[in-house]
Structures are given as structure tokens and as C-alpha cells.
Design a protein around this ligand. Structure first.
Ligand SMILES: [Zn+2]
Length: 388
């Protein structure tokens, strides 16, 4: 789990100009289900060794050597059954070293040595994380879980004692009475769950909700759920409350979360593209996205998973320009060509609290593989309505 503050610290880091000393290392285990990661660890160590060889070869990047040695030692110490991914950012010149444990959702293990940290994989994981609550329930019991990235923690339970059931013809009246009482008790139980969820949502304990229960229980609970809680529901699955294991719950909940995230990404692409067509709160294409970013207009930035665009960056003011010009159009200083513009865009987006999402979507492909949803349009001078 990486926090916004941690990501911001990396994006704002001040490097000394011109040195290739910023090291970014990502380790990805094979799959969460495959227990043998030895091969991946060997590959990760090879990555670092080859980085060291390159460095010894050109003799210019000695400053990163100590950091690479340290990362090599770290890779050697990774246990073979490690289920989680890892990221390290180091800049030895300023004694800077940060390590993060991540969900195993990186595309691959990678090593970068350059003039700044390579943040794309970290930003991609950050954009796909959310504070989730998972609740399992039936008529007498509820179990509450917190799901952060791929980590599931059981927080507690609510148990309602039902009256003992007496079953015989002679006790028909008693049965009827008990039936009503049982229904009352269950209703009370559902109301308690609904109240607990509402309190937690309002207190910001979680942002989104996933429910595990059978259809009949859902119908009984739903009527008591506050709208505020219902709006945060991502989905539900059927499961037996008492016997469900943490692994089962995590697997089902993570799947629902990823499906809802995919769905949201496609909706946002569609919205940004259609808003851009109407010159409202959306822009597409690198030139217009860069301009909107620098004007502080962007709310959500959408990039194709493998998006690469060329641009120049001003060595003095940091202005990004999709036209490959030698001098900055803002301050006149010399510019530096960057082969992957996302290297410049990602830190800018993070510093400005822009939501950053990577999407694989044909509609985004057709729109130049980069688009943004805007908070407002500065040129209009007021917030344009979002509805087209
Ligand atoms: Zn400039």
C-alpha cells in the first residue's frame, strides 16, 4: 500500500541536474497462486547485475552503484515464497531510500537508472487502490473485513442470538409467535448492520463496499441500507458466512473490485471523449492534455497502458511541449527531449493531485491514447456543466 503523501514525495523530489543517479527497482512475483518464485528472484538479481555492468562500462553513473549493490543484496534476501511485489527508489547522492510492499499487479520486474524516478508502475497501482469494506452476513451473524490492495483483515463480527425454536403441532401458537419474534430479531440485526455501515462510511473508514450473502439475506438487508451506503456498493457475491475463509473472501472481493474498476475506466474514457467532442469538460491528444495539465484544469488523466509520446521539457521551468522545439515557449531557456512523455507527465499529475488511470480501450486508442476529464475550462472562466 502506497499513500498519496509517499507518491507525492517521490514526484516532488529535487534531483541534481544531469546525473543518471535515480534508481527505481520493481520486483514482481510470478502469480499469487504460484508458490515458487525462485525464478523471478533470479531474474530480478540478473536485472540489477546487468545494471551494474552497464554502469561500470560507461563510468559516468558511479553515483548509483552503491544503491544497486544494496538492491542486489535485498533481491538476494527475498524469500522464494514471497507473494507480494516490491518497489525501491534510491538516490544515493542525497541518502534517499524508500521501499514499498505492493500487491502483485506489476507488469514485470524492472530496473531503471535515470535522471528521475520511474513512477509509472507505482502510479498505476496507486490509481487502482481503494479503501474497501467487505461484509458477510446472514440472519444472525455479520463479519466485517477491511480490504487494502490485496490484503484482507477481519475487523470483527456482529452476532444476534435468536430465540430457541420449538417445533411441534402442539406448539403451533408458540411456533407462530416464535416465527414473528425471529423475524423481528433478524430485522433488528439487519438494522444494526446498516447503522454500523453508515457510521463507518461517514467516518471515512472505507470508500467502497462489497457484500457477501445469499439473495434472501440481501433482500432483507437492502431495505435498511442508507442511500449513502448503497451509492458506495460495488457489488456482491454469494457465500456462507460461517464457513468462509479469508482466502475465499479476498479472492471474490478482489475480483468484484477489479471488474468495477475496469467498468469505471471505460465509462471515464467515454465521458472524456464525448466531452472533448463538445468542447466541454474533456480533452484528447497530447498537446491539449499537456496544456490542460499546466493550467490546473485536469481532474482525471487517462492514458493507454503502453502510451509513449515524445515531447521536450524546459530545463529551467519544467514546461512540457509536444512540439520538439529547442527553446521553451514560456521562459526561453533550452529544452531537453524526452522520449517517453509520461516520464514528465506523471510527476506533474501527482503534484497536482490529478487522478491517474491507465486504460486499455479502443475508444482511447482512436483519441490519441491520452485524454483527460477536466474540473473546469480555464478559457471559459467558469465551470462548464458536465452534462453534454
Ligand atoms: Zn521554461
Amino acid at each position: 500500500m502506497v499513500t498519496r503523501e509517499e507518491l507525492r514525495e517521490l514526484a516532488q523530489f529535487r534531483f541534481q541536474n544531469g546525473d543518471n543517479c535515480a534508481v527505481s527497482f520493481y520486483f514482481q512475483p510470478r502469480t499469487p497462486l504460484n508458490k515458487a518464485h525462485r525464478e523471478e528472484i533470479i531474474q530480478a538479481k540478473d536485472l540489477v547485475r546487468s545494471g551494474l555492468r552497464t554502469m561500470n562500462g560507461n563510468g559516468n553513473d558511479e553515483c548509483a552503484k552503491a544503491d544497486l549493490d544494496k538492491i542486489l543484496a535485498l533481491a538476494q534476501g527475498l524469500p522464494s515464497d514471497r507473494p507480494r511485489a516490491k518497489a525501491v527508489f534510491a538516490y544515493g547522492k542525497a541518502n534517499f531510500w524508500r521501499e514499498f510492499d505492493l500487491p502483485p499487479d506489476l507488469p514485470q520486474s524492472q530496473l531503471f537508472v535515470g535522471q528521475r524516478f520511474h513512477l509509472k508502475p507505482l502510479a498505476s497501482i496507486f490509481g487502482a487502490q481503494s479503501k474497501l469494506c467487505v461484509v458477510l452476513l446472514d440472519r444472525r451473524k455479520a463479519r466485517l473485513f477491511a480490504l487494502r490492495a490485496d490484503e484482507l483483515v477481519e475487523l470483527g463480527s456482529l452476532v444476534h442470538r435468536l430465540p430457541r425454536r420449538i417445533s411441534s403441532d402442539r406448539h403451533a401458537f408458540k411456533d407462530d409467535h416464535l416465527g414473528r419474534k425471529t423475524a423481528d430479531e433478524a430485522m433488528h440485526h439487519y438494522k444494526q448492520i446498516a447503522a454500523r455501515l453508515k457510521d463507518q462510511a461517514e467516518a471515512g473508514v472505507w470508500e467502497k463496499l462489497i457484500v457477501g450473502c445469499h439473495d434472501t439475506n440481501w433482500a432483507e438487508l437492502e431495505t435498511h441500507l442508507h442511500n449513502y451506503v448503497k451509492e458506495r456498493l460495488l457489488g456482491r457475491f454469494s457465500i456462507d458466512v460461517a464457513s468462509a475463509t479469508c482466502d475465499e473472501v479476498r479472492e471474490r472481493a478482489v475480483r468484484i473490485f477489479h471488474e468495477s474498476l475496469d467498468c469505471r475506466r471505460h465509462e471515464l474514457v467515454h465521458l472524456a471523449v464525448s466531452q472533448a467532442r463538445g468542447h466541454r469538460r474533456g480533452v484528447t491528444g497530447l498537446r491539449r492534455v499537456l496544456r490542460a495539465l499546466e493550467l490546473g484544469e485536469v481532474q482525471t488523466l487517462l492514458m493507454g497502458e503502453n502510451y509513449i509520446g515524445q515531447a521536450v521539457e524546459c530545463t529551467k521551468c519544467g514546461h512540457l511541449d509536444s512540439h520538439i522545439v529547442r527553446y521553451c515557449s514560456v521562459c526561453g531557456s533550452s529544452t531537453l527531449k524526452i522520449d517517453d512523455v509520461s516520464e514528465g507527465i506523471i510527476p506533474l499529475a501527482i503534484r497536482r493531485d490529478v487522478e491517474l488511470l491507465y486504460v486499455k480501450d479502443p475508444e482511447l486508442d482512436n483519441a490519441g491514447n491520452i485524454a483527460a476529464l477536466l474540473r473546469y475550462r480555464a478559457e471559459v472562466g467558469r465551470a462548464a456543466p458536465l452534462s453534454a
